[in-house]
Design a protein around this ligand. Structure first.
Ligand SMILES: CC(=O)N[C@H](C=O)[C@@H](O)[C@H](O)[C@H](O)COP(=O)(O)O
Length: 229
């Protein structure tokens, strides 16, 4: 059975929660052993897959969990806004470290390596490709190029002002056109995640609301300070 088929069955049984274990950079939690422990806890709690950034985090996590791992590498490039898995060497390193699925920036922006080359390299490793998209156009393009999974990851992040709510309309538009959609980005409550599934998502990735303690504290702090003003 293919990985997609196995995951589809698991999603039917356990729901489609993918947990992104990416601590806030330089947080006291930003350590491979802590990332791996969060991932194991997510596995034990019924997640169907994990999203892990960076080679050391991926290796530590791979050693502890058997769930499918979506691997990424984030970089800050001087000459391109593309951050997620921009290079072919990144794909090779993620494959080597044990990723089952490799996610990359699928937006139509100035980039060091074309989407088609990244996809070809991921498929040479016999892994699945997830395109992190910002729009319907990105999603359709990457699907046509052969990405098995289309993420809404980058919706709202290409403009100066990021909305607070997730982009359910994008989930619906992509899924109506036959994309296998992973809803991702600002699914900060179980209710929003459930809405994503109702809008045709195949699975939902949640990061901040589960694994970024500082963000969660900030949400509470903001609400509490507002309440007493
Ligand atoms: C835009 C970008 O770079 N997103 C990143 C992609 O890996 C992560 O920082 C997010 O945490 C992840 O997409 C999950 O989203 P949320 O944390 O909203 O649940």
């Amino acid at each position: 059975m293919s990985l997609i088929e196995k995951m589809s069955r698991q999603i039917e049984v356990a729901g489609g929660l993918i947990v992104s274990c990416q601590p806030v950079p330089a947080s006291p939690l930003d350590k491979p052993e802590i990332v791996a422990a969060m991932a194991l806890a997510a596995e034990q709690a019924g997640a169907v897959a994990l999203r892990i950034e960076g080679i050391e985090n991926l290796k530590a996590t791979r050693a502890l969990v058997s769930l499918p791992i979506i691997g990424i590498i984030k970089r800050d490039l001087p000459d391109s806004p593309v951050r997620i898995t921009p290079f072919l060497e990144d794909v090779d390193a993620l494959a080597q470290a044990g990723a089952n699925i490799i996610a990359f920036d699928g937006t139509d922006r100035v980039r060091p390596v074309p989407v088609s080359e990244l996809l070809a390299r991921i498929h040479q490793h016999d892994l699945l490709a997830m395109a992190d998209c910002s729009s319907v156009q990105d999603g359709f393009y990457c699907q046509r190029q052969g990405a098995e999974l289309i993420g809404t990851t980058l919706s709202g992040y290409l403009t100066a002002h990021t909305p607070n709510e997730p982009d359910l309309a994008l989930v619906r538009a992509l899924s109506d056109e036959g994309c296998r959609v992973i809803a991702e980005g600002r699914y900060n409550s179980p209710e929003w995640a459930a809405q994503a599934m109702k809008h045709g998502a195949w699975a939902v990735t949640v990061g901040s609301a589960i694994t970024r303690l500082e963000h969660i504290c900030q949400w509470y702090q903001d609400a509490l300070t507002k309440a007493v003003k």
